[in-house]
Write a protein that binds this ligand. Sequence first.
Ligand SMILES: Cc1ncc(COP(=O)(O)O)c(C=O)c1O
Length: 409
Amino acid sequence: MLCVNPRAIRGAYPDSLKQVMNIEAALQSRRWLAHWDQLCPQATPLWDLPRAAARLGVGSFCVKDESTRSPLGSFKALGAPIALIRLILRMMPQEAFEPEGLITGQYRQRLQDFTVISATDGNHGRALAAAAQSVGCRCVIVLHANVSLEREASIAEYGARVIRIKGNYDESVAHTAQLAEEHGWPVVSDTSYEGYETVPRDVMQGYGTLVAELIEQTAGTPPFTHVFLQGGVGGMAAGISSYLWEHYQAQRPVFVMVEPEQADCLYQSALQGRPAKATGSVDSVMAGLACGETSPLAWRFLAPCIDFFMTISDDAAVSAMCTLARGSTTDIPVLAGESGVAGLAALQQLANDANAAQQIGLGAHARVLIINTEGATAPTVYAELVGETAPSVLARQRDWLTQEVSREQ
Ligand SMILES: Cc1ncc(COP(=O)(O)O)c(C=O)c1O
């Protein structure tokens, strides 16, 4: 499904939005993150895949590959630590903590009785647990029934206390709010709700590091014409599109939002013109995108800048995972998890629908970017869906890079 957003504007980045999220704060977050040992020190790769571009009928096709961002496996490692640092700085101004000292655990003794809590469908909770472990505070993570045991174990590994509830993601958010109230634990959530916007704003702002790198990596080349962004509650898309909009102003790229058809809360928001709920079961193989309710704060950024909203099937996501894993002589094999491939899945769908592709403005002149937001964050699921293990794909990736070096010599 595809819908045009009649509210999208093509003008300067509005001041009202800049007061909430801006490049300056994103760059400050980036400087702090540079001190965290859970992030790889170098920029994540930007792969150019010419064979895929030819098959998709576009001029170029690039993948910003967040699978290598961190041992945590996803771009979410950029959001939670920033929100946690900023929360502690706000709550304890008298302590005069240094942000770099917080993330390197210098104040762990003073923070050992401080507890934060969040609901998650996996990646945010894992990143928060790891950030809390580095800072030296406690962390409680609430999981809904559909989060796999594998994902639960990967969160517990970072010392968080995990609480499992029977309902879905949105019920886990409500349960978290209740526990937070009972125990006086601050919530570090990646989604906003009425009266709760500062922390999710900080999470979204943290994602700006990815865009700062992208702009450096593409300096001197023509900018992307189209950026495909996958959506859960919309936070990632808001963090990334706002930065690109502020940077390119009226020349910003066309933004296309992609969601699972069962978890179409952003698509429904576009139809209704306000933050809305999903119409489907919300359960999807794209676990990170299986969210039933739009983040109202994210929506303030998405409503004026996402040009098109699309939904995709789980089968399309699996097919895109296989495409990226396979690679070719010209295209490096890429380890891309279920939620990471949504942009490619949408493009593969558009390659079979000439009218829709034309409506979005795809074609030989289009320079398209997707963001592979995760690697094999659930390795067993990945191996089952792709028919190959993550280490095997990575071994082929290393071989491909070695062969490229010899091709160049
Ligand atoms: C791998 C991955 N990609 C994309 C998203 C979507 O982010 P958001 O919920 O902020 O829209 C998530 C959310 O958990 C995720 O885990």
